[in-house]
Design a binder for this molecule. Sequence first.
Ligand code: PLP
Length: 423
Amino acid sequence: MKAVDETDAAGVWDRPQAGLDVERIREDFPVLKQRVHGKPLVYFDNATTSQKPQVVIDALYTYYSAENASIHRGIHCLSEQATSAYEGARSKIKRFLNASREREIIFVRGTTEAINLVAQSYGRRFIREGDEIIISAMEHHSNIVPWQILCEQVGSRLRVVPINDDGELLIEEYERHLNEKTKLVSVVHVSNVLGTINPVKQVVEIAHRWNIPVLVDGAQAAPHLRVDVQELDCDFYAFSGHKLYGPTGIGVLYGKAELLEAMPPYQGGGDMIRSVTFEKTLYNTLPYKFEAGTPHIAGAIGLGAAVDYVNGIGLDRIFAYEQELLAYATAALSAVKDLRIIGTAQEKATIISFVLDGVHAHEIGTVLDQEGIAIRTGHHCAQPLMERFGVPAMARASLVFYNTKEEVVALARAVHEVRRVFQ
Ligand code: PLP
């Protein structure tokens, strides 16, 4: 196919592939071995959820087949084993984010729950009528709706920092949005639609000049970038396990201990208490104060295994390889006539959203599926962003380190074919 060959000729892929043995890595992911509609599966829907390496599947199997018990409660052997595996996973996450203390790591269901926790706990305690909360124009619904709910509850106001046509945050506009009424900034680290890597360190630094805390939605950043919460100096950081090669239903809220200490519990129930009487309940210490009920023990252990796996490859090597893949895929897709990539920021992760003149995104997704290629189509839980770019829907290919140049060629070839058939 001409466009892809031209890309090859341009030497985009001439460099070594960042030292990753991708064929070997693919062996670790059983799902990738299957065929879909008779074609080898090409999985480009990683931003929605990524595939799981065998070590993660094994960790779940081991927990349920040999260690299953509830945690923190029993004095029997299995319970102690499960507790130590669960708390071991917390330590791994602490190191993964470079947090300074285990008690700053709260296990939640995912990014969505992490943001809702902060909105309902921090927000209802510290945000009042007339106060302002700042988000950006490129947020996922998970970083919009919880704040709207809070605004309705307390009478505060949501303000939105605009972006440019490349999908980059307008930092000067952001600075102009801050004032003495601003009580919280909540921004995405990597956009799930545009792929933009936001300068969150700078965002935090500017907010801190006003003593405003910052929450970073790291759902799409944690799988691609090395995250150091101390270096970013963010006050909260949220991510989901299932996008980081871990199980569904588990995620993490990092929060600075002094803020978490000052916040009331988000939910009440078992494990989050120190003592209960009908008159008064004393709450448990961090992090348990925010982990009411029996948690997703297997999920936390599986997430720990996922973090070990990613660390074993190395996020720096992953990032370098993915950047090569991004350059190749961008060139290959750009060569398709009438195709427009939306999200052309200088700093990008491997998320490529596009529209094709005269063809609805769902039609692209359906035809690609017949070729065994899984992409996401629709509004990507970011309807205001669709409006910003004047489209009802986009097609999105999101790539990770187990994807290959050959898969990108298959994608570009299939999109050429979609254009030919539908136009
Ligand atoms: N934030 C961003 C940027 C996302 O991409 C997503 C999921 O796609 C979320 C938040 C919500 O994540 P979850 O559904 O795992 O809670």
